[in-house]
Design a protein around this ligand. Structure first.
Ligand SMILES: Cc1cc2nc3c(=O)[nH]c(=O)nc-3n(C[C@H](O)[C@H](O)[C@H](O)COP(=O)(O)OP(=O)(O)OC[C@H]3O[C@@H](n4cnc5c(N)ncnc54)[C@H](O)[C@@H]3O)c2cc1C
Ligand code: FES
Length: 263
């Protein structure tokens, strides 16, 4: 099946600051919103044509309501700083929905593990699990460096059982989110994770040890977002040469079964 992708000029409905460097932007963009799947992303143009930054920036689709999609983003550089300065009624150019998102496993218990801004793609996933498997349990494990960096907690709490950890102990369990996952004992768990690479590697290792299925949403630098520039290539585990050695995060991912990347 050919996946439809659009270049769509959306209209910003809200751009709310959540903490000193994080924002939630709601955009009326019906073509993309109606086709977005959990784990997919959009390439956002953060500037007018010909102005810096020239390249679009990849951001996960955090949530969808009707014709409106929501992005949850942290300001880290030029492009996201331009986005933070945008306001209600401003146009914003999006390319999407892009990539291969999460595949919802057939199981009784789903566990979503997010670290920092990596929590972003997990809300739409929780919504789709709740919608397609209303009897399945959903546990959300949200980790961050401190209380201020925990995001969208009320929305996640409404979707399932929420456990929190912070590196400095200012909220929830003191420690890493992987420790929360280590406390899970369900044998039929399906795990989905997004966050810093060391955290996801820790999640993947625990899943391997427990025999849990694990899907990871990778980040990499992206120039095109559609498989044309090869800038987002990541080495697969266990393949040392040949055409199959690399996957492209934008086209083959960003979501992969963990064992494809980390054996
Ligand atoms: C599929 C995908 C989904 C993403 N979803 C989100 C999201 O929902 N919310 C969010 O806040 N961020 C997300 N990101 C990361 C986001 O794309 C970058 O933070 C953004 O492109 C930075 O742009 P900038 O111009 O502000 O910063 P730049 O000036 O380009 O860079 C600032 C710093 O951030 C680093 N950086 C830039 N891009 C990336 C990247 N792709 N991966 C790792 N480090 C990077 C640079 O090395 C530099 O140190 C996602 C990335 C990918 C690949
Ligand atoms: S970003 Fe260009 S190929 Fe992936």
């Amino acid at each position: 099946m050919v996946a439809l992708q659009y270049v769509e000029t959306g209209c910003i409905q809200q751009n709310n600051q959540l903490n000193p460097d994080s924002f939630e932007m709601q955009i009326y963009a019906p073509q993309i919103a109606q086709r977005a799947e959990p784990g997919q992303f959009v390439m956002v143009s953060c500037s007018e044509v010909g102005r810096s930054p020239l390249l679009r920036r990849p951001l996960s689709i955090h949530d969808v309501h009707g014709d409106t999609l929501t992005l949850l983003y942290r300001v880290v550089g030029e492009g996201t700083a331009v986005m933070a300065a945008m306001g209600t009624g401003d146009p914003i150019s999006l390319l999407g929905p892009l990539g291969q998102g999460f595949t919802i496993a057939e199981t009784d218990h789903h566990c979503l593990v997010g670290g920092g801004i990596g929590i972003a793609p997990l809300l739409l996933l929780a919504r789709k699990i709740a919608w397609t498997q209303p009897k399945a349990g959903i546990t959300i494990l949200a980790g961050a460096r401190n209380r201020q960096e925990l995001l969208a907690l009320e929305k996640f709490a409404a979707m399932g059982t929420l456990h929190i950890s912070t590196d400095d102990g200012s909220e929830g369990q003191h420690g890493f989110v992987t420790q929360l996952l280590g406390n899970m004992h369900d044998t039929a768990l399906a795990v989905y994770t997004c966050g810093p690479t060391p955290m996801m590697q820790g999640v993947a290792k625990l899943c391997r040890e427990h025999g849990w299925g694990c899907q990871v949403s990778l980040e990499s630098h992206m120039a095109c977002g559609i498989g044309a520039c090869l800038g987002c290539a990541v080495a697969r585990s266990g393949i040392h040469a040949g055409a199959d050695k690399y996957v492209h995060v934008c086209k083959d991912g960003p979501v992969f079964n963990a064992e494809v990347i980390w054996a």
